[in-house]
Ligand binder design. Structure first.
Ligand code: HEM
Length: 448
């Protein structure tokens, strides 16, 4: 994308069906993934629609998606598009920090999720999974949507904040976390500061969480010889250009932001993976064989043994193609932009849809068909469950390792089947992060 020339240029084509005042809000709200596919089908690479007054341009196809993902924050700002997160993450944290500070905070967050850290995290996750299945017995039925939400909150708090925090404070933490989650409902994207009980509860929860995390920080500062090897240790060690450390408020904000980025994305993907494993017998038996060879005799699930599990990896990749948890990525246009002769004016929002991109028949023939053997597209920007460019998901390695650890432990031990009719397991488009519509019931039975 280049800066817009001053000569007149054409505007992006407008999507039909706009209503007075609300624009396309109603259609968007009913099923935004389908709405975005309609926009692309009707208008092509660029499609402009109206979100209650906010003009939004959907950019579709690998070339437009690449331009979107590679354009720097100074021109396409995430901060302006994600202001609702400010009271949740905290003042001065990530999208509310000045650009130079935001860059360093993001780098520190990436450091905490680096590949080298995965050794310790994989041991923690394996232990959490073992504790979880320990009480299952020989057979039973569970709502795995709920189960994976709990499991991934436990693994996230454990990896981020350490063993003590995970086992001492989980109940209180869970309540605080839920209050913060409620503070990010759709209404927060209209005005996150309006007088609302959910926002008051959000602010109290944010304050209390900082007290709790501040207490661990103080304890750790007094015991500098202990090594914790969790994300909090990395956040506490990080420094700005002038050598100063992050404040308790900023560290708390990074913890919250990291949990938010990883929690629903991971639990939704785990639930869909288990559902598809139960539904796609044609492919899941090959995954099971692979896991039985690697882990069937009780071999430990470790960082090393999790590194290469190709059939399971391809299976999860296909799950992420059909059910990408983050459907819609957004940026606010800061300076006018010329996209191949079309002017996208400052003040508009631009968006890309992972869901639509993964159903582009040029790259994914028969797109609704689940097929983990399909060949990869010859461009990097058609398959984008983790985004791409400078802000590609920092938790990609963590997410894949966690999913592999979960299924390496579950599949060789138990067989799973759907409780409800196959076609009742569908995507739920009512939340910002895609997941199956609950309850997502499966029956399990110990393998002989
Ligand atoms: C299957 C699981 C996951 C998926 C599909 C996913 C997807 C994504 C996507 C699409 C983005 C880019 C957003 C944008 O460009 O606006 C992103 C960013 C991010 N993700 Fe993930 N994510 C997953 C799991 C995780 C986990 C487990 C963590 C942390 C433990 C995490 C941490 C982050 C962070 C910190 C960013 C922001 C990076 C930056 O701003 O530079 N994600 N994720």
């Amino acid at each position: 994308m280049s800066d817009a020339a001053t000569t007149a240029q054409k505007s992006p084509p407008k999507v039909s069906g706009e209503k007075p005042d609300v624009g396309h809000m109603e259609e968007f709200g009913a099923n935004f993934a389908r709405f975005l596919m309609r926009c692309n089908a009707e208008c092509g690479e660029l499609a402009e629609f109206n979100m209650g007054g906010q003009q939004t341009v959907l950019m579709s196809g690998p070339a437009a998606q690449e331009a979107f993902l590679k354009t720097l924050d100074q021109k396409l700002s995430r901060a302006a598009a994600y202001q609702a997160t400010v009271p949740v993450f905290g003042k001065g944290v990530i999208f509310d920090a000045p650009p130079d500070k935001m860059k360093i905070q993001l780098k520190i967050q990436v450091d905490a999720l680096r590949f080298q850290k995965m050794k310790n995290y994989s041991a923690i996750i394996s232990r959490e999974v073992e504790d979880w299945v320990a009480g299952w017995g020989d057979e039973g039925e569970l709502d795995f949507l709920e189960e994976f939400l709990h499991l991934t909150l436990h693994t996230a708090t454990h990896c981020l904040l350490g063993t003590d925090f995970r086992y001492k404070l989980t109940d209180e933490f869970r309540e605080l976390y839920h209050a913060l989650e409620k503070g990010l409902q759709a209404i927060a994207f209209v005005d996150p500061y309006m007088q609302q009980p959910i926002f008051e509860a959000r602010d109290k929860a944010r304050e209390r969480l900082q007290e709790l995390i501040g207490a661990i920080i103080a304890e750790r500062r007094a015991n500098t010889d202990v090594q914790y090897e969790d994300a909090l240790e990395t956040f506490m060690a990080g420094t700005y250009a002038d050598g100063s450390f992050l404040t308790d408020n900023e560290i708390t904000g990074l913890v919250i932001a990291t949990i938010f980025a990883g929690h629903h994305t991971s639990s939704g993907t785990a639930t869909w993976t288990l559902t598809e494993l139960a539904r796609q017998k044609k492919y899941s038996s090959a995954v099971l064989q692979e896991l039985q060879v690697l882990f069937g005799d009780g071999a430990p699930i470790t960082f090393e043994s999790l590194r290469e599990i190709p059939r399971l990896e391809h299976f999860i990749e296909e799950v992420l193609r059909l059910h990408p948890p983050l459907i819609l990525l957004m940026r606010r246009v800061i300076e006018d932009i010329d996209y191949n002769g079309t002017l996208i004016e400052a003040g508009k929002t631009v968006a890309i849809s992972t869901y639509g991109s993964h159903r582009n028949t040029d790259y994914f023939p028969d797109p609704e068909c689940f097929d983990p053997h399909r060949s990869s597209p010859d461009t990097l920007f058609a398959y984008i469950p983790f985004g791409g460019g400078p802000h590609k998901c920092a938790g990609n390695a963590f997410a894949m390792m966690q999913l592999k650890a979960i299924f390496a432990a579950l599949l060789p031990r138990y067989e799973f089947e759907l409780v409800d009719p196959d076609d009742s397991y569908q995507d739920d488009f009512s939340a910002i992060v895609l997941k199956p519509n609950g309850p997502c019931r499966l029956r399990y039975k110990r393998r002989k």
